[in-house]
Design a protein around this ligand. Structure first.
Ligand code: HEC
Length: 151
């Protein structure tokens, strides 16, 4: 019993020390509505529900974004997510880049997005097959398929 308590104490001290390790900054940069993506209402609803936490400047930060080690993973996902695709600054992308991103969005909703570690804590963000179809139709300008360049 005594050694168990010492063990718990040690774990608490280590977790306490982890809090001092610098990590990504947690911020929501100001948004300019002029730059935000414009898409039909049903598409926007899905993006806002399932993607905006990592792909916009309007992240709803969970409490554990303040607690190491969870904060490292959460902040990294948001920073890297915004870098890959930011719906808040969509209109800063060139037309070519927008097309490229739409292709990636088309693909991402089939397999990868939202990230599984996010879905585990945000089950409401899971895309139904109807949601996927809605996004894929939007991302392919209504065609329902995209042309790939095989590289
Ligand atoms: C938990 C955070 C998170 C959520 C929620 C999320 N993403 Fe991502 N997304 C990321 C990260 C991190 C990357 C960068 C991955 C990389 O570069 O390896 C990324 C990359 C992407 C990319 C770039 C290409 C690619 O596949 O790597 C697209 C497109 C994308 N996400 C679309 C979406 C869409 C659409 C949604 C909502 C249905 C979504 N994401 C939800 C974190 C997230």
């Amino acid at each position: 019993m005594k050694s168990f308590l010492m063990y718990l104490g040690a774990v608490a001290v280590i977790i306490g020390l982890l809090q001092f390790i610098p990590t990504y900054e947690k911020s929501n940069p100001p948004t300019d509505p002029q730059k935000e993506i414009q898409a039909p209402k049903e598409v926007m609803a899905i993006f806002k529900r399932s993607c905006y936490d990592c792909h916009s400047n309007e992240t709803k930060w969970p409490w554990y974004a303040n607690v190491a080690p969870m904060s490292w993973a959460v902040r990294r996902d948001v920073i890297e997510g915004r870098k890959a695709l930011n719906f808040s600054t969509w209109n800063d992308y060139s037309d070519e880049k927008k097309q490229e991103l739409k292709k990636q969005i088309f693909r991402s909703v089939i397999l990868a997005m939202p990230l599984p570690q996010y879905l585990w804590l945000h089950p409401e963000a899971k895309l139904s097959s109807k949601d996927k179809e809605t996004i894929r139709n939007w991302a392919s300008d209504g065609k329902g398929y995209i042309d790939y360049d095989v590289r």
